[in-house]
Design a binder for this molecule. Structure first.
Ligand SMILES: [Zn+2]
Length: 148
């Protein structure tokens, strides 16, 4: 899903939480909102590694090109996974969930991450592209070890 939609839905979702739980501290609401957007930071890391360029503009260009390739392959029936997004894995969610027992604000980060992931999954299902993502960190590691 495009970052701009994560901003819009993240804002709406945070406003809903604030409406139903008005005593929630502003800093926690900000954490939910920001984590629902910044989870796509791994996309930036990917473009940085693949192109060697640090600019955000370059990252958007990289993903625009990748999107065109994905569309082309999708139309010809090729269904392969694309870039690995480590922040989007189940294991990373579990790690943040575990760490939130030791540092409570991470619980709000986890809420934002869940929102982000649910939106991504809905978007992928709608576009029939669920196959693109590796959801498990250990699956990714296993495949890399098999390759070598
Ligand atoms: Zn995402």
């Amino acid at each position: 899903m495009l970052p701009r939609y994560h901003v819009i839905y993240g804002f709406i979702f945070t406003a809903i939480i604030w409406f139903f739980a008005p005593s929630t501290k502003l800093i926690y609401l900000i954490l939910i909102f920001l984590s629902s957007i910044l989870m796509d930071f791994d996309h930036y890391i990917n473009s940085l590694f693949k192109t060697g360029k640090a600019s955000l503009k370059n990252s958007f260009e990289y993903h625009k090109k990748l999107e065109k390739e994905i569309q082309k392959k999708h139309l010809t029936g090729i269904r392969k996974k694309t870039d690995f997004h480590f922040l989007h894995t189940l294991e990373f969610h579990a790690l943040i969930g575990l760490l939130s027992f030791f540092w409570f604000p991470l619980f709000y980060v986890l809420i934002g991450m869940f929102l982000h992931s649910i939106l991504d999954i809905i978007d992928m299902v709608k576009k029939d592209r669920l196959y693109l993502r590796e959801f498990f960190f250990f699956n990714w590691i296993r495949k890399i070890l098999k390759r070598n």
